[in-house]
Ligand binder design. Structure first.
Ligand code: HEM
Length: 126
């Protein structure tokens, strides 16, 4: 009776789990991005990004139950994110998203959001 959310349409939690895991596999090997992450274990960061995206796209609100309001620009303020870091982040995410066999309209919708969000996270221009 209810309209499916984007989260459900693309396959729910498993889909986001795979995308974010693949993304962090790339981050772990990226010499520009890896040093930005304060923890040696990328697992907790992976979980936070997954829970955030799940919530954003209409899945369970576990992210905010655990972390409160996202305030993503504020949470990224401690890290120097310039155009190079943004592009590296998007490169990793592009690989992860492309490896999912999403319907073209879903892929396009997800990618537009990620690109916009990554651009909005830039906090340093030198
Ligand atoms: C956290 C880097 C863009 C979502 C973090 C952290 C770093 C980082 C270093 C801290 C790791 C941790 O959670 O402990 C970057 C860089 C970006 C970027 C270099 C390049 C533009 C984005 C975008 C999103 C996002 C576009 C959302 C679509 C998150 C979330 C957290 C996080 C949800 C955890 C926040 C929390 O609850 O503490 N990011 N990020 N990031 N990032 Fe990003």
């Amino acid at each position: 009776t209810s309209v499916e959310t984007f989260y459900e349409q693309v396959g729910g939690e498993e889909t986001f789990r795979r995308i974010v895991a693949r993304f962090y596999q790339e981050v772990a090997a990226d010499e520009l991005l890896r040093p930005l992450y304060p923890e040696e274990d990328l697992g907790p960061a992976e979980e936070r990004l997954r829970l955030f995206l799940v919530q954003y796209w209409g899945g369970p609100h576990t992210y905010s139950d655990q972390r409160g309001h996202p305030r993503l620009r504020m949470r990224h303020a401690p890290f120097k994110i310039g155009p190079a870091e943004r592009d590296a982040w998007l490169r990793c995410m592009r690989i992860a998203v492309d490896e999912e066999n999403l319907a073209p309209e879903h892929r396009e919708q997800l990618w537009s959001y990620l690109e916009m969000a990554a651009h909005s996270m830039v906090n340093s221009w030198f």
